[in-house]
Design a protein around this ligand. Structure first.
Ligand code: AMP
Length: 286
């Protein structure tokens, strides 16, 4: 695996890899890799001849009181994991390389960026879209892989790619969970054993809503109330949002139809966790 730390080197390596018409897949990450990330790498490997990954903890997407400083970082472990998956190219730039002094340009998907996590974390999504746009320009991938775990992010990146004509196919990978249902996240490392158990309430609340929906309930208010009530049962978990939205526009749906996204965010101690399920009548909700 070739590791590139500068934009110039990464761009040249990606162009070289694509020269003979090879399909280039790209998996952007913030590191602290787990099976969720690796599932995206495997999906990329399965349909692309060359796979590039990036590890960059993007300061632009963290609010002033968020966990930028303490975000878990273990480059050697991540590198070994990516090597084991036979990733060909790894981009690991410094903050100065990505944002030299004086950079003042942002990429923002208006409207969508203020919904769900964007509502609770002002500026978060414009940080995400700005870095992803830059990464797309540097890597020039044929396909880029994102997890359904961050469903709002996925909708916003799809929209950005469409609106700005990025010649890249956006591919979504399903949420990878621990055996007990907790969605894998680099932030799970912050949880103590007691919080780790309490965190299961997120998935439980989604399953409750899914079950009601599968039983024929279609009323938004009733479904949302059931999810919120489930979260409220876990005393030490503080709900941020529990919403049922259109998976593309992220706007609340009135009649909860096939394809709607049920999304939750909550604080377990000081750790903010998110999870979601898509309601799907043909396959059951995932
Ligand atoms: P992050 O390192 O948190 O920025 O995540 C990098 C990519 O991995 C994003 O596209 C995430 O949606 C995806 N991802 C994170 N956790 C999971 C998970 N549990 N299952 C599937 N994809 C995930």
């Amino acid at each position: 695996m070739r590791i590139c730390q500068t934009i110039e080197e990464m761009r040249a390596a990606c162009r070289e890899a694509k020269r003979s018409g090879k399909r280039l897949g790209f998996v952007p990450t913030m590191g602290a890799l787990h099976e969720g990330h690796l599932s995206l790498v495997r999906a990329a490997k399965a349909s692309c001849e060359v796979v590039a990954a990036s590890i960059f903890v993007n300061p632009l997407q963290f609010g002033p009181r968020e966990d930028l400083q303490k975000y878990p970082r273990d480059f050697d472990r991540d590198r070994a994991l990516l090597e084991k998956e036979s990733v060909e190219l790894l981009f690991a730039p410094s903050v100065e390389e990505m944002y030299p002094p004086g950079a003042i340009t942002w990429v923002e998907v208006e409207g969508l960026s203020d919904r769900l996590d964007g509502h609770s974390r002002p500026g978060h999504f414009r940080g995400v879209t700005t870095v992803v746009a830059k990464l797309f320009h540097i890597v020039e991938p044929d396909a880029a892989y994102f997890g359904q775990k961050d469903a709002a992010q996925l909708a916003i990146i799809r929209r950005m790619a469409r609106d700005l004509n990025f010649p890249v196919e956006i591919v979504a990978g399903p949420i990878v969970r621990e055996a007990d249902g907790l969605a894998m996240s680099s932030r799970n490392a912050y949880l103590n054993p007691q919080q780790r158990k309490q965190a299961l309430v997120l998935h439980r609340s989604l399953l409750r809503v899914k079950k009601l929906w599968e039983g024929g309930e279609r009323d938004l208010a009733r479904l949302r109330a059931a999810g919120r009530e489930e979260i409220a049962r876990e005393d030490s978990v503080r709900l941020d949002y529990f919403e049922i939205v259109d998976a593309g526009s992220l706007e609340p749906v009135v009649d909860v139809a096939d394809g709607a996204l049920v999304a939750v965010a909550a604080l377990v101690g000081t750790t903010r966790l998110i999870d979601n399920v898509a309601l799907d009548a043909s396959h059951g909700a995932r």
